[in-house]
Design a protein around this ligand. Structure first.
Ligand code: SF4
Length: 393
């Protein structure tokens, strides 16, 4: 399979994408090389509006909980992990994770993303007990948890298939799987940045296939700007599109640029806004079977994140009550729900909170009873994120 740029004209490729005719990976490469940013954005918005209400942009309220930073791998782009035995390594007690969930509910949240390093000593029963504890204490919270590298490690440790690991976790309360660990789904790049040992491109795809076969939805991600070529990026997008054709299990595609501070790859040049918005628009044009695209305000900042809503994205992602992985690499962002709605409104859209799987919109009246119940759980650090509670008549 060649991922070299096609020799078609940009105008013809854009016309096809807007008309709903599938474009090839080679066409996407041509767009990344030669597309005019504003023309790409206009075309991407047409495709975005085929899938989504043109007047609305969505977001969600959830929290990333990194239950451990201990990791057996050493991805070069990662500033978050600590090696087993490192005094800075941690494993959060269940009660502490529960307290973080209470804070999420106090802020009108609907779900949490649980993701760790890949801790070598945790058996599958640890994950089952954690899910069971959270589901029995907080049945309302959506548990989006354990990305493919964690699933692979559990499968190897327990000598189980990917399918069976996911089935056990699902029975314990797992509701969907995050797309973390994809980075760039091309093995030469994965070997270069030391992401190959945690899972190959085929393994990442297969774990997502097995999740979908288990009836779980998952997200798809791409982290780029690690020095890889454009061929690798379009190959990645094609692998996502191919699996989506097969299973239909991806809810959304979320891409962001590598953040290099405190990593082993500080010599890699930064990826700037023009390239980010170009890549976002081309992914919208290429992924004709994925309904939702997020704009990454967490890595691009609030203003470029907002602009992403004009370049193919229909969703701003989470308000990020807590985020530890990107912030370990020098980029720390968080915002209140009110600020998120202000950003969306000032970009020309009606803001609406959504559920974690994008099935429906959420109102503050709906989240108010639990927000009221858990208000006292808010720590001083997060009190400024709280919105006034609606008056119940
Ligand atoms: S990216 Fe994930 S798997 Fe890689 S070192 Fe960091 S925590 Fe470990």
């Amino acid at each position: 399979m060649s991922y070299a740029p096609s020799d078609r004209q940009v105008d013809a490729i854009l016309a096809d994408a807007v008309a709903g005719t599938r474009i090839s990976a080679a066409d996407a490469h041509r767009l990344l090389l030669d597309g005019d940013l504003l023309e790409l954005g206009l075309a991407a918005q047409e495709v975005r509006n085929r899938f989504n209400d043109p007047a609305i942009a969505t977001y969600n309220v959830d929290r990333n909980i990194n239950y451990t930073n201990v990791c057996v791998y050493k991805c070069r782009f990662c500033a978050f992990y600590r090696e087993p035995g490192d005094p800075e390594g941690y494993l959060l007690p269940f009660e502490e994770i529960g307290r973080k969930i209470e804070e999420t509910l106090a802020l009108n949240g609907t779900g949490v993303l649980l993701q760790g390093g890949v801790h070598p000593e945790l058996p599958i029963t640890y994950y089952e007990e954690l899910l069971g504890y959270l589901k029995s204490n907080y049945p309302e919270i959506h548990l989006h948890a354990f990305s493919p590298p964690e699933v692979k490690f559990i499968a190897r440790k327990e000598r189980m298939s990917f399918y069976d690991v996911i089935a056990r976790l699902k029975a314990a309360g797992l509701q969907s799987i995050p797309g973390g660990g994809a980075e760039i789904l091309e093995d030469e790049v994965r070997r270069e940045v030391l992401a190959y040992p945690k899972c190959s491109a085929d393994e990442w795809i297969d774990i997502m296939r097995q999740a979908h076969a288990n009836g779980l939805r998952t997200s798809a991600t791409m982290m780029y700007g690690m020095g890889e070529g454009l061929e690798a990026r379009v190959e990645h997008m094609e692998r996502i599109r191919d699996l989506q054709d097969e299973t239909g299990g991806f809810t959304a595609f979320i891409s962001w640029t590598f953040q290099h501070e405190h990593t082993d790859m500080q010599d890699v040049p930064e990826t700037f806004a023009h390239e980010y918005l170009t890549t976002l628009a081309v992914s919208r044009l290429f992924l004709d079977n994925v309904a939702h695209l997020q704009t990454s305000w967490v890595t691009q900042g609030k203003k470029i994140g907002q602009l992403g809503l004009q370049f193919g994205a229909d969703d701003m992602g989470s308000i990020m009550i807590e985020e530890n992985v990107v912030s370990a690499a020098g980029t720390a962002h968080r915002m209140s729900q009110d600020e998120m709605e202000h950003l969306i409104r000032s970009a020309g859209f009606t803001p609406r909170q959504r559920t974690n799987l994008y099935e429906r919109l959420v109102t503050r009246e709906e989240t108010a009873p639990l927000a009221r119940k858990y208000r006292a759980a808010l720590t001083p650090a997060n009190r400024d994120l709280a919105s006034p509670l609606p008056v119940i008549q």
